[in-house]
Design a protein around this ligand. Structure first.
Ligand code: SF4
Length: 212
């Protein structure tokens, strides 16, 4: 397994840009709403998250309002997203931290976002890139699988994959690449059975299919 050269990486990103949007599928109206939506999206479809947040954000769309809910009450509202107890805990911890340390506003610096209570590196990177226009590559399960199958990375964990992608992809394309690789993973390069025959980047791919 080798890491491919930068030119090939650029060609892949350009090819994917013809097929996929670089916009997120999650719906939100503020950095805080995006943060909550990204926390809810772990192991859950964006469509389901959008359904849940459409109701949740009618009343609870700021850290202060969210903290009027107990963990049990919030769990009930987000139940259908799965892992609801952990997600409720993370949303409430992040909300508390935003109020305590950032005066109620979601911070716009990557290093601050990624150290918020209840917020992991992937979530922090997504919020930094999508809500604040920063350059970051968030590595979720799709980005991890697809990058390593194609040969953009040869890493055994999301953090190492992120570092490998940052080396090989131009910084101004990091956020775009994140979205393209997610959409590629959802539509063609699925965990179970990749559709290589119809894949838009088949000619560049190393097809390390064992990566799940
Ligand atoms: S060619 Fe196959 S393995 Fe490679 S990215 Fe496309 S679907 Fe995935």
């Amino acid at each position: 397994m080798t890491i491919m050269e930068r030119e090939k990486a650029e060609a892949i990103i350009a090819e994917l840009g013809k097929v996929f949007t670089d916009k997120p599928a999650l719906k939100f109206n503020s950095p805080y709403e995006l943060l909550v939506a990204v926390i809810l999206s772990a192991q859950c479809t964006d469509a389901r998250v959008n359904k849940v947040t459409a109701e949740l954000f009618k009343e609870y769309n700021t850290p202060e309002k969210m903290l009027t809910l107990s963990r049990e009450e919030l769990s009930e509202k987000i139940f259908s997203c799965g892992f609801y107890k952990t997600k409720a805990e993370h949303i409430l911890s992040a909300s508390e931290d935003i109020i305590k340390r950032y005066n109620g506003e979601v911070p716009n610096k990557r290093e601050e976002l990624t150290t918020l209570a209840g917020v992991g590196r992937k979530t922090g990177n997504v919020v930094y890139a999508v809500a604040f226009g920063g350059n970051a590559i968030a590595v979720d399960t799709h980005v991890f699988r697809v990058s390593n199958r194609i040969g953009l990375a040869a890493a055994n964990d999301p953090y190492k994959t992120e570092l490998a992608l940052m080396k090989i992809i131009d910084e101004e394309n990091w956020s775009k690449a994140h979205h393209y690789l997610i959409y590629l993973g959802r539509s063609y390069c699925k965990a179970g059975r990749p559709d290589c025959a119809n894949c838009p980047v088949e000619k560049y791919c190393e097809k390390n299919i064992k990566v799940k």
